[in-house]
Structure formats: structure tokens, C-alpha cells
Design a binder for this molecule. Structure first.
Ligand SMILES: [Zn+2]
Length: 465
């Protein structure tokens, strides 16, 4: 398959090998997560699922930033520790993304569990002359690394403009913190750690360099995150790792675009942040997941009530088609197979097209369109195809939707035993004789067992309540 590499600005093939090692930047745990976090989590989870479908073993690392300015600020404000704040919002994040069928990563490392590794990494950068100390702070010296700016494609002049607050202690405006000496706030929030340079805490960027190297080695295959992380976070991360290991640390950098709110960027200052849990009050996690995959990951996705409402309808259409096939399979298993009057060879082609769409830079909108074509086809043949043909349609549909991470908790419609089968026949007879009391009584018997009977022009079908 091929995917767009932010570093080289082109589509690149993923190497044919057994294992893919992948790192995706996680949240800074200081508040409830929003739809932008959801997009990143769902997209990279889908990427992982597709790699696994292709036969790769994926080692997937997603970190948690559990010590940071924002966490400390909130802790001080609420009279809590950094650890209490971070633990709370990490747990809430996991709850949210679980609703979206995002699978747990292979590893979810936290910064505070890796302080000795961070100290070691920073110490080595100091020894190599890529970093320097000022009053207990350690800075990475950007001019010591000649490839700086390549990931975010910025000239040195542009980069110099980014740092607006002059800090006379820094040798260069672009230099950034690897380690920060303890301040009063940090002490209050119990966010201080011992180091050879005195008490302090790590800077933001160093954690990802350290944890990626620890769990995946250097170089590794894929580094992901939201587009907002390209600069400065990933630019700095690359600089640290490249400087220390002397090799390009990541083969392919993958970034997903933003979620816009009615055409505007989501931000605290605009007050238009949409939290995952607020959407989940009104829509299922699967509908939200489906919605997040309707745009290509490198395009912005516009969120609005109308847009998610449209996604819900499209999702329901797919669900109904799948349910109809499943009900017909259960019916044919219970009442006997029939001679097929149709060809279903198309289904194989749909599967091929689906894989093709995903193999070309994870084109989920095209993949979703193919899933809809498959649903249309299923609706067309559901009452004429044979049992084995319907089984093939069902399993193809489930494979596609499984890659997208929807219809995960599907409970197959059950085949009925003889007793139930006879009761259904009895009820149909009662209905033709207009004995609706008996018909209703039999329907209630099924309802009590958790099965809903559905009267169709083709006779009785059933599904789980
Ligand atoms: Zn990161």
C-alpha cells in the first residue's frame, strides 16, 4: 500500500515485511477530549486495522502526556496534583474512544513512567554538544542540527519568526527546552523529578523521542498525529532523535487534518470546542466513527448538526441492509435453502475495489462509497439469492465494515429450532384466518425470548430485540 509522507511530500510504499512499528502522539491529559482527538484516534485505528488486514503484525504505541504546563495549571487551580488531573483525563479519554471502537494500543506509555530514560537521552544530547544547560534548564541547540525545518518545510528565517518571546539565556531563538527547572507551580502540583541538573521536569517534545525509541527502536516505520503537531512538536522530536541516533528516525510521517466547526477552526477562544461526550449523548459511537471517516484524512472535515445527521442516515442505511441479509440467512437456515436466481460475482469485485481504495492513501470516503454499493446490491438480491450467496455477501460486508471499525458488536440473527419454527407457521395460519389474538400471543412469546417477529411480503422474518 502507499501513503503520503509529510517529510518527502509524496506518496510512498509501505515496505513488504512482517511487522510495522507505529507511534501516534496521544493527548495531553488536562481536559475532556474533543472531536479533533476523536478524528486522530479513529483514523490511526483504521490505518492499523487495515495494515492488520493486509497481514502485517502492527506494534502500535500511543503515549499520554501526563506532565505539562496545562496539566500543572489545572492542578494548581483545583488544588490537586498533576498525577490526579492526568489520571482522571486519561481514564475519560479511554472511555470516550472505546465508544468509538478504537482498540487499545499495544503500549500506552506515560511520560512520568519514563523519567530515567528521558534523563539519559537528554544527558547524551548534552555530551554530544546538541544541548546546553542554563540555571537548571536544558535546551536543545537548533543550529547544531543541520536538518532542522525539513519536516515542516520552513526556512531558518521563517523559523526565527516563530519565537516571539525573547529569552536572553538561550543561545538561539529557535532553541527549545528538553528539561525545565522546577518552578513554584510545579512543586505545588507535585510535578518535580530529580535529575543531574537539579529538580525539574521534561519538556514536551523529548517524551515522544524517548518513548518511541524505547518501544519501537530507531528507525521505526510510521509516526502519526494531527497536522497541528508538525510544528514545533514533530520538527523538534525529529531533531532530537536524528541528532542522537545519527539516522532519519522515522520512515513515514503521517498527519491527519483538522475537524472544522461550521467552517471555523475549533479553538478555546472561539468557544466552539465540541467534546466527544457531548456528541455521544445524541449519537452512537459508531455513527460518530462513521462520520469521522467520511472525509479523506488529509482534508479538513466539517462538523455540523446537519453533517452528522446525514452520516447517521447513511450509517442506518448500511445497518438495515446488513440486518436484512442476516435475517434472510437465519430464515433460510430455519426453513430451508432455495434455488438461486441471481449472480453474486460482483461482490468479489467490490471487495477488491474496497482494498484498492484503502491501499491508495487510505481513501476512506471511496471505501465507504463501495460499502454503500455493496449494500445496494445486497438489497437487490436479498430475497432471490441462495443461502451460500447471502453468506458470502454478509461476510464480505463484515470484512469491509470491520476494517472501518463499524458493526463491531454485531449479534448474528439466530437460526430457530423446530418448536419455534412450528409456532411461526401456526401464527401465519392464524393471521390468514384473521385470528389476531392468537397471532399476537405467539408474537409476544417470541418477544419475551428477546426475538422480534417482522411481517414482510415474503413472510415472517425475525431479529434480536
Ligand atoms: Zn508526541
Amino acid at each position: 500500500m502507499e501513503i503520503y509522507n509529510t517529510l518527502t511530500r509524496k506518496l510512498e510504499s509501505i515496505e513488504r515485511k512482517d511487522e510495522i512499528r507505529m507511534y501516534v502522539c496521544g493527548i495531553t491529559a488536562y481536559d475532556y477530549s474533543h472531536i479533533g482527538h476523536a478524528r486522530s484516534a479513529v483514523f490511526f485505528d483504521t490505518f492499523r486495522r487495515f495494515l492488520e488486514f493486509l497481514g502485517y503484525r502492527v506494534i502500535y504505541v500511543q503515549n499520554f502526556t501526563d506532565v505539562d504546563d496545562k496539566i500543572i495549571k489545572r492542578a494548581v487551580k483545583e488544588g490537586k496534583t498533576q498525577k490526579e488531573i492526568a489520571e482522571k483525563y486519561i481514564a475519560e479519554y479511554m472511555k470516550d474512544v472505546q465508544e468509538l471502537n478504537v482498540r487499545r494500543a499495544t503500549y500506552h506509555p506515560k511520560v512520568t513512567d519514563h523519567i530515567p530514560d528521558i534523563i539519559d537521552f537528554v544527558g547524551r544530547l548534552l555530551e554530544m554538544g546538541h544541548a546546553y544547560e542554563v540555571d537548571g534548564d536544558i535546551y536543545f541547540h537548533v543550529p547544531s542540527f543541520s536538518h532542522y525545518g525539513e519536516l515542516s518545510k520552513q526556512s531558518l528565517e521563517e523559523l526565527n519568526r516563530h519565537r516571539i518571546e525573547p529569552d536572553e539565556r538561550k543561545k538561539d531563538v529557535k532553541d527549545f527546552a528538553l528539561w525545565k527547572a522546577a518552578k513554584d507551580e510545579d512543586i505545588l502540583a507535585k510535578a518535580v523529578f530529580d535529575s543531574p541538573w537539579g529538580k525539574g521536569r521534561p519538556g514536551w517534545h523529548i517524551e515522544c523521542s524517548v518513548m518511541a525509541a524505547k518501544y519501537l527502536g530507531v528507525p521505526f516505520d510510521i509516526h502519526g498525529g494531527g497536522k497541528d503537531l508538525i510544528f514545533p512538536h514533530h520538527e523538534n522530536e525529529r531533531a532530537q532523535s536524528y541528532a542522537l541516533y545519527g539516522v532519519e528516525p522515522v520512515r513515514i510521517w503521517v498527519h491527519n487534518d483538522f475537524v472544522m466547526i461550521r467552517g471555523e477552526k475549533m479553538s478555546k477562544s472561539l468557544g466552539n470546542i465540541v467534546k466527544i461526550r457531548d456528541i455521544l449523548k445524541r449519537y452512537s459511537g459508531e455513527v460518530l466513527r462513521y462520520f469521522l471517516l467520511t472525509a479523506h484524512y488529509r482534508s479538513p472535515l466539517d462538523y455540523s448538526e446537519e453533517a452528522i445527521e446525514r452520516a447517521k442516515k447513511a450509517y442506518e442505511y448500511l445497518r438495515t441492509a446488513l440486518l436484512n441479509v442476516d435475517m434472510e440467512i437465519a430464515y433460510l437456515k430455519t426453513f430451508g435453502d432455495r434455488e438461486s436466481k441471481v449472480e453474486v460475482a460482483e461482490v468479489e469485485k467490490y471487495m477488491k475495489d474496497f482494498v484498492d481504495a484503502m491501499e491508495h492513501d487510505l481513501n476512506t470516503p471511496r471505501a465507504i462509497a463501495i460499502l454503500h454499493t455493496t449494500a445496494n446490491f445486497a438489497n437487490k438480491v436479498v430475497y432471490t439469492a441462495s443461502l451460500s450467496q447471502l453468506e458470502e455477501i454478509f461476510s464480505t460486508f463484515k470484512t469491509m465494515s470491520g476494517i472501518l471499525g463499524i458493526f463491531e458488536k454485531w449479534k448474528r440473527v439466530p437460526e430457530l429450532g423446530n418448536e419455534d419454527k412450528n409456532r411461526i407457521i401456526e401464527r401465519e395460519k392464524a393471521r390468514t384466518k384473521r385470528n389476531f389474538d392468537l397471532a399476537d400471543r405467539i408474537r409476544d412469546e417470541f418477544t419475551e425470548k428477546g426475538i422480534i417477529l417482522i411481517d414482510t411480503p415474503k413472510g415472517t422474518r425475525w431479529r434480536w430485540k
